[in-house]
Design a protein around this ligand. Sequence first.
Ligand code: ARG
Length: 459
Amino acid sequence: MKKLWSGRFQKETSQLVDDFHSSIGFDCRLYRQDIRGSIAHAAMLGRQGILTPEETRLIIDGLKEILAEIEAGRVEFSREAEDIHLNIEQLLIAKIGEPGKKLHTARSRNDQVALDVRLYLKEEIDGIARLLQELQSALLDLAEKHVDTVMPGYTHLQRAQPITFAHHLLAYVQMFDRDRERLRDCYRRTDVLPLGAGALAGTTLPIDPHYVARELGFSAVAENTLDAVSDRDFIVEFLAAAALIMVHLSRLGEEIVLWASAEFGFVELDDAYSTGSSMMPQKKNPDVAELVRGKAGRVFGDLVSLLTVLKGLPLAYNKDLQEDKEALFDAVDTVKKCLLVFRPLVATLQVNKEKMARAAGEGFTNATDLADYLVGKGVPFREAHGITGRIVYYCLQEKKTLAELALEEYKQFSPVIEGDVYQFIAIDRCVKARRSPGGPSPDEVRRAIARAKERLEKG
Ligand code: ARG
């Protein structure tokens, strides 16, 4: 088949070049967007009198038939035809003849591909935001069951202060809220129609991009034709948002890996969401969480590769831009797969409350509370910190917890300590008393869950 652009060429393209620059292998997945865009473009050309009503009808019907044929698996794309745009145009010409040759009037593949990718990304952003919502709602369901489940909070991965499992989970709900916000923001800038920009400088024909924008559901039309065909910022923004989603998933994944270890023993993964070892019969591994952690790397790579493609690229379209799609598709697929598997993994997590409570009771997580107790008795905080530190050191020598220390022992460190200290440093009270905004007290956490649910419902 002769290339649609072969007019000024005397020779056939080398096979090597066809193999090298053809993008049909990956951009074939844009066939729906490409056809949708072409139908709107043809309808506009018809309205503007650039095509006759008969030509317009033939083109639109032909495109619809091609769509059905592709969906039925009856189309084999050709690598010589280069990309999805030329493939579909070629199929249309083969199907309806002469009128098909008019579809590309006032259009270039440069504005066409920018349109297709924007249509694609708008849909995917919505889908990913929904998956995030579903994961958040699984986290909230689990949190609701563990408002009173005390666990140690960590800094430097050392036991620090007592919190609850619900409070810990809510931290992730917040991260995913911000992720959804970033996606919404990126959507706004993706929602701009580039079609009409032509190759780079618009067209002399009387087109109406505003009509096309309305037909395709875009909120705005690109302001500058050069920018319209060379802008891939919206993909960078999406990839950055996707990279952060992966950062958040990898942090949760890492915590689940730690919690599922015998050393922590805080959670047990459901059999359906864990895997075994080919050699060690006893193993139950958190492969899913690990793999999510590992897959973060490829999404960061996608972001960096697109940034690198764009850096220093002169205006307007350059073939380098074709490299945007594999990075984008890979990030979309990866993020979706990770979110999809994480929701049930979280929803089926078995929580070992006793282990969590024991860990919270053993690591001097109430030492700050003891210092606060002394502060309440008029001791300056810096001094209270020193006294408590010495008490902790004493406990470590005696192999006792703060709760196990006798009042006489306490008195040796400070005369202001009375019998009420035990009640004050009881772990449950330490958690309940942390009622500062956003803190772990069950009342505060219940309110936070209610607010998070409200946000989730709003979408
Ligand atoms: N396959 C190309 C891409 O993905 C479409 C645009 C090609 N335009 C061109 N002038 N070669 O970027």
